[in-house]
Ligand binder design. Structure first.
Ligand code: RB5
Length: 149
C-alpha cells in the first residue's frame, strides 16, 4: 500500500500523484488533505506515518507533499521508525531507497512539477534497499532515535 499525505502547498501534487498511481493500477490510501484550503502539515505527516507503520505489509511506503517538501519531512522524521527523504532529483529519490531504506518520500509542490514528481515516485516505489554496509548505517540512525527515548 502507498500512503499519501499533503498540506495545501502539496495538495495539487498529491492529486497528480494519485492520478499517476491510478493509471498504473497501484493501490494507495489518501490520508488528506482533501482541498487546497490552508491546513497544518505536522498532523498530516504524523497521521500518514502512523498509518504506514501500522500496516502489516512492511513493503508499504508513503509519499508526503507540502510547499517545499521540507516541513512535512521534518515532521515525518520525528516519528520513530520513519526515514523520510525530501527529494527533488532522480538520483536522490533512487539512492535514498538503495542506501537509506527511506520509507517516506517528501516532495515540494512549489518546487517541482507533476511530471518530475511522478518520475521520482516511480523510482522510489520500484527501488529496493541494498542492505549490506548500509544496514549498519540505518541501525546507527535507529540507535540515535532510541537514545532519546
Ligand atoms: C505552507 O505555506 C508551507 O509553509 C508548507 O507547505 C511547507 O512548505 C512547509 O515546509
Amino acid at each position: 500500500m502507498i500512503y499519501l499525505g499533503a498540506d495545501h502547498g502539496g495538495y495539487e501534487l498529491k492529486e497528480a500523484i494519485k492520478a499517476h498511481l491510478t493509471e498504473q493500477g497501484i493501490a494507495f490510501t489518501d490520508c488528506g488533505t482533501h482541498s487546497a484550503e490552508s491546513v497544518d502539515y505536522a498532523p498530516i505527516a504524523k497521521d500518514t506515518c502512523d498509518r504506514l507503520l501500522s500496516d502489516s505489509d512492511k513493503s508499504s511506503l508513503a509519499v508526503l507533499c507540502c510547499g517545499t517538501g521540507i516541513g512535512i519531512s521534518m515532521a515525518a522524521n520525528k516519528v520513530r521508525g520513519i526515514r523520510a527523504a525530501c527529494c527533488s532529483n532522480y538520483f536522490g529519490a533512487k539512492y535514498t531507497r538503495l542506501h537509506n531504506d527511506a520509507n517516506v518520500l517528501c516532495l515540494g509542490g512549489r518546487v517541482i512539477g507533476a511530471g518530475l514528481a511522478c518520475e521520482l515516485v516511480d523510482v522510489f516505489l520500484h527501488t529496493g534497499f541494498e542492505g549490506g554496509r548500509h544496514q549498519r548505517r540505518i541501525d546507527q540512525i535507529a540507535a540515535i532515535e532510541e537514545s532519546y527515548k
